[in-house]
Design a protein around this ligand. Sequence first.
Ligand SMILES: NC(=O)c1ccc[n+]([C@@H]2O[C@H](COP(=O)([O-])OP(=O)(O)OC[C@H]3O[C@@H](n4cnc5c(N)ncnc54)[C@H](OP(=O)(O)O)[C@@H]3O)[C@@H](O)[C@H]2O)c1
Length: 278
Amino acid sequence: MKFSLFNRTAGLRAGQHAVVTGGSSGLGLALSHRFAACGLSVTLVARDKARLATAAAELSDAVPSAVIDYIAVDVADNEALEAAFGKLPVAVDLLVNSAGIIREGYFEKLDAADFHDVMNINFFGTVNCVRATLPRLKRQGGRIVNIASVAGLTGVFGYTSYCAAKHALVGFTDALRFELEPQGVRVQVVCPGEFDSPMVDDLDRTRTPENRRHTLTIPKLGIEDLADATVAGIDSGQRLIVPGAQTRLLVTAQRLAPSIANAIARQRISTAYRGPGV
Ligand SMILES: NC(=O)c1ccc[n+]([C@@H]2O[C@H](COP(=O)([O-])OP(=O)(O)OC[C@H]3O[C@@H](n4cnc5c(N)ncnc54)[C@H](OP(=O)(O)O)[C@@H]3O)[C@@H](O)[C@H]2O)c1
C-alpha cells in the first residue's frame, strides 16, 4: 500500500472501529480489507445476510487478528436501522456510507419506483446511517465518509435518478461538514469515476450505448487502486476525494470550463446516440 495509516494524529489508527455500509461487496468490501489490515475493527452493513457472512469470513481469513462483525439491515428502512445500530458498540470512529444502487436508462423508460429506490438507498440511506451513528461519532471525535460519484458533480447520460441522488449526497455532505467539524467530526466525500465492481457488471448487461460512451470518457479504474487512493484520501483528511488522475482532470475541467467539457460530452454521446425510441 502506498500510504501509512500510522503516525498521524488526525488519521486512521489501529484499535479504531469502522462501520462500513455496502461492506459485503465492491468498494465497501475493498475498503474493509484495508481497515482490517491496519488494525481497525470493522462492522459490515448490507441487506443480504449470506453475502455478509461470506465477506466477514473472507476478511477474517485475510486478517486472522481482525475483529469483524456484520449487521443485516436495509439502510433505507430508518426504523429497522435505528434498532440495529442501537446495538453497535459505543465507540464508532469511522462511518463509511458505501451502500448504493444504480438504475440506468432513458428518463422516459425509468419509472417512479426507480427514482424512489435510488433516492431512498443512496441518499436517504446515508442520512439515516449518519443520524443513527452521530452520538457515537461525536463521542469519539470520529469521521463520516460518504461515497458519492463523479455523477454527484456533473450530469451523465442515462443517470437521471443516480445523478439526482449523488448530487443530493454531495450537497448534504458539504452542508453537514459546516455543522459537524466544529463539533470534532470530520466529514469527507469520495467521488469516483467508474470502477470494476459487481454493480458495473450488472450495469454492463443493460446500459444504453450513450451511457457507455459518456461514462467511459474516463477509463474504468481497478478496484484495488481505487481503494488505495480512497484510504489515502480518508487518512490525510481530504474533504473531497476524487481518485485517479484522469478523473481529477475531468472534474477540474468541468468546474473551470463547463461549456467546453459539456460540448465534449455532447460530441461523444452523439457518436453513439440511439434514444428511447418511444
Ligand atoms: N461501481 C462504480 O463504478 C461506482 C462509481 C462511482 C460511485 N460508486 C458508488 O460506490 C458505492 C459502492 O459501489 P460498488 O460498485 O462497490 O457497489 P456493489 O458492489 O454493488 O455493492 C453495493 C453494496 O451496497 C449494499 N446495499 C445495496 N443496497 C442496500 C441497502 N438498501 N441497504 C444496505 N446495503 C445495501 C449491497 O449489499 P446488499 O445488496 O446485500 O444490500 C452491497 O454490499 C455505491 O454508493 C456506488 O453508487 C460506484
